[in-house]
Design a protein around this ligand. Structure first.
Ligand code: NAP
Length: 318
């Protein structure tokens, strides 16, 4: 099979290169990985996916040690209508890929979401808290996590929230567009709280884990996962907690700071969730506890959300 970037000895296969996280993985993993898009791996057809991965492995058999799944059915509202597809892509496919990874002695990185939880309360959810999704997307991602654990493959699940990037569709770009084009005040939800996550940070965390695990194997000749559960979950977002309303105001403030051509008089007004109906119910509490990551990996500090927003918006200006 042909890949987007034929290279000599990749240690990673990345699926989902056209998404936000996939875009940054390309920059961060660069010559360490081969990158596959939907034309090469369509998670809707899992049998064909496995054939494509077998071909990829055959081409690079001596070097590939990791599979990173950055592709997913991410359209939260549409998932309510196309539940079967969302469950197939996010729920079933990761499990089959996990079995393939286990069979081929390849470690797996999967991205999940705070939507696996029920969004109740005001405390941050911990990694081991029970899943209780309140919409189809959350249900499908929860199923993906569980299928991966069941597959017995080794690797990591990075649970994250509110992902944005200079690439792709996301809240930051939507608000900027509205600040440029809209004339009536913007109304944004104030009672859903979580942490924004710059996709670049997720890509860097992914590279960090890959290098950390491989370094242990190389230096000690043993597995990083010895005496541990083989598939480990970590929460990973940027630091802090805000509402969507706070986030929108911060985007406007930074746009003004950068001198972007927005309507500076456009008002942003806070509203409650019940005033903005969507097909899929959203969690009120998207807080994810970062303590496990911070305790295990102090050498990879979590960055504050505002600083990372500013970094991304400076790039959006160019
Ligand atoms: N975005 C968030 O706020 C958020 C929050 C929590 C967790 N996550 C998780 O983080 C991961 C990365 O998210 P993201 O924001 O980077 O997603 P994204 O920008 O929406 O990109 C999704 C990617 O999945 C691909 N894809 C969708 N359906 C596919 C299929 N049937 N077969 C193959 N590829 C398919 C898309 O390809 P096309 O470009 O061809 O459509 C695209 O490359 C996902 O697992 C997501 O569930 C995201």
């Amino acid at each position: 099979m042909s890949t987007l970037n034929p290279i000599l000895n990749p240690r990673v296969i990345v699926i989902g290169v056209s998404g936000q996280v996939g875009f940054h993985l390309q920059a961060v993993l660069n010559h360490e990985a081969v990158f596959l898009d939907r034309a090469q791996i369509n998670l809707n057809n899992i049998d064909l996916c496995i054939k494509s991965l077998d071909a990829c492995l055959f081409q690079y058999s001596r070097s590939v040690r990791w599979l990173v799944l950055a592709a997913a059915y991410t359209q939260v509202d549409l998932a309510e209508t196309f539940a079967e597809e969302a469950l197939r892509v996010n729920g079933e496919a990761p499990g089959v890929l996990g079995l393939w990874a286990k069979k081929n002695n390849i470690k797996f990185i999967y991205y999940s979401t705070d939507y696996v939880f029920n969004g109740l309360g005001i405390l941050p959810f911990k990694e081991e808290d029970a899943h209780e999704p309140i919409n189809v997307y959350g249900k499908s991602k929860s199923m993906g996590e569980k299928q991966l654990v069941k597959s017995g493959c080794y690797g990591f699940c990075l649970r994250t929230s509110w992902v944005y990037s200079e690439h792709g569709k996301n809240f930051v770009k939507t608000i900027l567009k509205l600040l440029k084009e809209r004339e009536k005040p913007l109304t944004i939800i104030q009672d859903q709280v979580g942490a924004p996550t710059y996709a670049l940070d997720l890509a860097l965390a992914t590279k960090f884990l890959i290098h950390k695990v491989d370094a242990v194997s190389l230096s000690k000749g043993q597995s990083y996962f010895l005496n541990n559960e083989c598939f480990q979950t970590y929460h990973f977002t940027n630091q802090g907690e805000i509402s969507w309303y706070d986030f929108a105001c911060a985007i406007k403030a930074e746009a003004l700071n950068l001198g972007l051509p927005i309507n500076r008089d456009l008002d942003i007004q806070p509203i409650f969730s019940h005033q903005y109906k969507t097909a899929a119910q959203r969690p009120m509490n998207s807080r994810l506890s970062l303590k496990k990551w911070q305790n295990h990996f102090p050498e990879f500090p979590i960055q504050p959300w505002k600083q990372q927003l500013q970094k991304c918006m400076r790039l959006l200006c160019n």
